[in-house]
Design a protein around this ligand. Structure first.
Ligand SMILES: [Fe+2]
Ligand SMILES: [Fe+2]
Length: 185
């Protein structure tokens, strides 16, 4: 689903992922059976990669801006809450009782969080760096995407892919390693 666009800057890439996240929530809510399970696993993957990328690539930069710390602290709090909820949902699985209620809660949290980022945080990043720098920062996010790509052919080998990827926290650890190796931290 996420196609690679080499000239895309980090803000455009993260905002495109926000749209993709919203769409996946809608598919999980409306689909049934395998389609629902596959969409949920895509959502787990994308959210794990996306939030890790923001924590590693965007937040540290925005902390350098005047007033940036407060903005980042608020976003990190929202991300921690979303991660806990995501792990709970992953452990429950989409067929469990109570899943739908928690999914609705996670969707509301995540979409509000994304809106806060777009309105309060990304503009600070845009002020801080020029277009070239913003483009090169996208490379670290793409490196994270590549450890957990969404499947090119939905429905094919999904069970195997999901087993290999493991729970959200494991995906986040691997995404963090991939990003740090690009950033040479
Ligand atoms: Fe985020
Ligand atoms: Fe985000």
């Amino acid at each position: 689903m996420t196609d690679r666009r080499e000239d895309e800057n980090v803000i455009a890439l993260l905002e495109r992922q926000h749209v993709e996240i919203r769409t996946l929530f809608e598919v999980v809510e409306s689909a049934t059976g395998d389609k629902r399970r596959d969409a949920f696993h895509d959502l787990v993957r994308l959210l794990a990669v996306h939030e890790t990328a923001e924590e590693e690539v965007v937040h540290p930069e925005v902390r350098n801006v005047d007033g940036g710390d407060a903005v980042v602290d608020a976003r990190v709090g929202e991300e921690h809450r979303a991660k806990r909820l995501l792990s709970t949902l992953h452990d429950l699985g989409p067929d469990a009782e109570g899943f739908d209620i928690l999914l609705t809660e996670l969707k509301a949290d995540v979409l509000a969080h994304a809106e806060h980022e777009e309105r309060e945080e990304f503009p600070l990043l845009r002020k801080l760096h020029d277009e070239d720098r913003l483009r090169s920062m996208a490379g670290a996010v793409r490196a994270a995407e590549m450890i957990a790509p969404t499947r090119p052919h939905p429905g094919v080998e999904s069970a195997t892919a999901n087993l290999l990827l493991g729970p959200p926290l494991a995906i986040m650890d691997r995404a963090r390693d991939a990003i740090r190796s690009v950033l040479k931290r």
